[in-house]
Design a protein around this ligand. Structure first.
Ligand code: 5GP
Ligand code: ZN
Length: 172
């Protein structure tokens, strides 16, 4: 998934006097994919540059407690590679992240004694994402906890529903 040809190809094939800059662009692009992004707080946490309360870790994911939690046990599942959101994550990695969410959810429930849980994941600022490194929220729910993750239901007609269905059917 490299949008640019290799550095060698650029140097060899590109007579453009700006080829030096194109090489630099490619280097930065490659670095961004391979090493933690310097301005990403979750990459810094993963690299150990910023402390976090880690509750689980494997080769691919780190699970930490949210620093500003909705309540006791609010945790975040972070892929160790920098990937901004659901639109860019490898779907297979998203699957592994959710498998981990399912395992943790039942284990946390036992230990903390809550009854219910919201598992949610924001993508983009309009959707409420504030840290642009993919993460899954594990939000324990208890009677009367005051947490609000609702929206106002709308009432489209059957025709409107069918029009949306027609647009979205057989996309993948
Ligand atoms: P988002 O709004 O992007 O879906 O969620 C980001 C979450 O990261 C928020 O719930 C916020 O409290 C949490 N958060 C922000 N900065 C830090 C931090 O430095 N450490 C930890 N552990 N959580 C953080
Ligand atoms: Zn990151």
């Amino acid at each position: 998934r490299r949008p640019f040809p290799s550095v060698c190809k650029i140097l060899w094939l590109n007579p453009c006097k700006f080829s030096f800059f194109r090489v630099m662009i490619e280097e930065n692009y490659t670095k961004e994919r391979k090493i933690p992004m310097s301005d990403c707080i979750f990459c810094k946490i993963i690299a150990g540059e910023i402390p976090s309360a880690t509750i689980y870790e494997n080769d691919e994911f780190k699970v930490i407690l949210d620093r500003f939690p909705s309540g006791e046990g609010h945790a975040l599942i972070l892929p160790k590679n920098h990937v901004p959101n659901v639109f860019e994550i490898d779907p297979a990695q998203a699957g592994r992240a959710y498998a981990l969410a399912a395992k943790l959810a039942r284990a946390m429930k036992e230990v903390l004694g809550f009854t219910d849980m919201n598992i949610l994941q924001n993508n983009g600022p309009i959707a409420g994402q504030t840290v642009f490194h993919f993460h899954i929220h594990l939000i324990p729910r208890r009677e009367g906890d005051g947490i609000n993750v609702t929206w106002t239901p709308t009432e489209p007609t059957d025709e409107q529903i069918a029009a949306v269905q027609a647009k979205l059917t057989n996309l993948i």
